[in-house]
Ligand binder design. Structure first.
Ligand SMILES: Cc1ncc(COP(=O)(O)O)c(C=O)c1O
Length: 380
C-alpha cells in the first residue's frame, strides 16, 4: 500500500543495506556529511564573533530548522511565509523573513505569525508597504521587528540610495507597531564568483556601500542593531569583514554542482561536503551507449547545467535530460554497461530548487536508510 506522510520507502527505515533499495527517484541526505557541514558553519561563524541565522530556503524542513537552532543558530531566515510557518510550527522562536511579502494576504499572514512567535523580523524596502504593515499590525495588537533591505548590487529587492535607507528607517521608527532593528544586505549575485580572491574584491566593494549606509544611520541616531546577510559563497569573507552582525547561509548544508566550482576559502578547499544526492535507477538500455534512468526535469532543477555522477557509474559519465521523468547516462568509452535495475546517485546542479521538487529527505548513514524527513514547505 502506498503513501503516507513518509512515503513508499518507510518500511526500509533501519534495514541494513536499504539505501540501494529505495523507490527512485529519491532525494538522499547523507546525515554524516550534513552534520559535519552544520557544525563547521556554526563553529566558523561563532569563532568570528558573528551570529548565524541560516536560511531555510535550502531545506524547507522543520527537522532541519530544529537541528540548526540546537547547533547554535540565533534563529532561522525564511524566503517566504510557507517556510516561516513551518519553522514556527517547529518551535523556532526567532524568524527573519528575508523578502517583503507584498499585499494584504501576505501582510495578514506575516502579522499572524508575529502573534504566535516571540520574535518575527520583517524586511521592508518601500514606504507604502511599511504603512500597510504598521497599520495591520497595530490593528491586530501585534509588534514586529523590522530590517531595512539595502540593495548591495543585486538590484532585486532593497532600497537603492543611502538617504532612502535613512528615510525609511525614520518612517519605521515613527510607527507604534514596528520596531526598527537594522539592515538586511544580501549579495546573491556574488555568491558564485569562482575564485576566492576575485570574490573577495567584489564583496568588499559591495561592503563599502553597506559601511556608508551604516555611517549615515549612525549620524541620524538610528544605529543598526542587526546587519543580516551573506551566503555560503561569501561566508568566510563576511566573517572576516565583520560588517554584518549575522550571516544567513543556506546551501552549505547540502552543497551542489554549482558550489563545487567555487573556492569557498582562501586555502582553496571546501569545508563543506556534498550531502545531497538524487538516487536514480536504470530502467532501459536499448539505445546504443545509453542507460536511461528515472529522474528528469521533475527531479532536478534545470537552470544550472546538468547533474553529475556521485556513485554507481564512472565519474566522467555524462547525464542528459530526456524529458519530465527520464535522463540518459552516456558512459565513457570502454566502461562496463549498466544493466536495468542499476542504482546511480547524482549530485544536483542547484540544491534549493531541487529540494523543492521532492516531498521528503531520505536520510542515510553509509548504506542504510535511517530516517525520512518531510519537506513541509516545498512548492507554493
Ligand atoms: C536573502 C538570502 N539570504 C541567504 C541566502 C542563502 O544563500 P546560499 O544558499 O548561497 O547560502 C539566499 C539564497 O538565495 C538568499 O536569497
Amino acid at each position: 500500500m502506498r503513501s503516507t506522510e513518509l512515503g513508499p520507502n518507510q518500511d526500509l527505515i533501519g534495514r541494513r543495506g536499504s539505501r540501494k533499495l529505495l523507490n527512485a527517484p529519491a532525494l538522499i541526505l547523507d546525515l554524516d556529511a550534513f552534520e559535519r557541514n552544520m557544525a563547521r558553519m556554526s563553529d566558523s561563524v561563532q569563532r568570528n564573533g558573528l551570529l548565524l541565522r541560516p536560511h531555510a530556503k535550502a531545506h524547507k524542513s522543520a527537522n532541519v530548522a530544529r537541528r540548526q537552532v540546537a547547533a547554535g543558530a540565533v534563529g532561522i531566515s525564511c524566503a517566504n511565509l510557507d517556510e516561516a510557518e513551518v519553522v514556527a510550527d517547529a518551535g523556532v522562536e526567532s524568524i527573519l523573513v528575508t523578502s517583503p511579502v507584498g499585499g494584504p494576504a501576505g501582510i495578514e499572514r506575516l502579522v499572524g505569525l508575529a502573534a504566535r512567535v516571540p520574535d518575527v523580523i520583517a524586511t521592508v524596502d518601500d514606504a507604502g508597504y511599511v504603512e500597510a504593515l504598521a497599520s495591520h499590525a497595530a490593528q491586530m495588537g501585534a509588534s514586529l521587528r523590522v530590517l531595512i533591505d539595502v540593495d548591495v548590487g543585486q538590484h532585486r529587492t532593497g532600497v537603492v540610495d543611502v538617504q532612502g535607507v535613512v528615510d525609511l528607517a525614520r518612517r519605521v521608527k515613527a510607527t507604534d507597531a514596528l520596531r526598527y532593528s537594522g539592515l538586511q544586505a544580501y549579495y546573491g549575485h556574488l555568491q558564485h564568483v569562482p575564485a576566492y580572491a576575485d570574490r573577495r574584491v567584489v564583496v568588499h566593494r559591495a561592503l563599502e556601500k553597506l559601511r556608508l549606509v551604516t555611517q549615515a544611520l549612525n549620524s541620524a541616531g538610528l544605529p543598526p542593531e542587526i546587519v543580516s546577510g551573506g551566503g555560503t559563497g561569501t561566508f568566510s569573507i563576511d566573517a572576516d569583514a565583520r560588517v554584518h552582525t549575522e550571516l544567513q547561509p543556506g546551501s552549505y548544508l547540502f552543497m551542489d554542482r554549482q558550489y563545487a566550482a567555487v573556492e569557498l576559502t582562501p586555502e582553496h578547499h571546501s569545508p563543506f561536503e556534498q550531502s545531497l544526492f538524487v538516487q536514480t535507477i536504470v530502467v532501459s538500455v536499448n539505445q546504443p551507449d545509453l542507460a536511461v534512468v528515472l529522474g528528469g526535469w521533475k527531479a532536478f532543477a534545470t537552470e544550472a547545467d546538468v547533474p553529475v555522477v556521485a556513485r554507481g557509474a564512472p565519474a566522467d559519465t555524462r547525464y542528459r535530460f530526456m524529458g519530465d521523468e527520464h535522463g540518459g547516462l552516456a558512459l565513457p568509452a570502454g566502461s562496463a554497461p549498466l544493466a536495468v535495475g542499476a542504482v546511480v546517485e547524482l549530485v544536483p546542479p542547484h540544491c534549493d530548487p531541487t529540494v523543492n521538487l521532492f516531498s521528503r529527505f531520505h536520510c542515510v548513514r553509509g548504506d542504510d536508510l535511517v530516517d525520512i524527513w518531510p519537506i513541509e514547505a516545498r512548492g507554493y
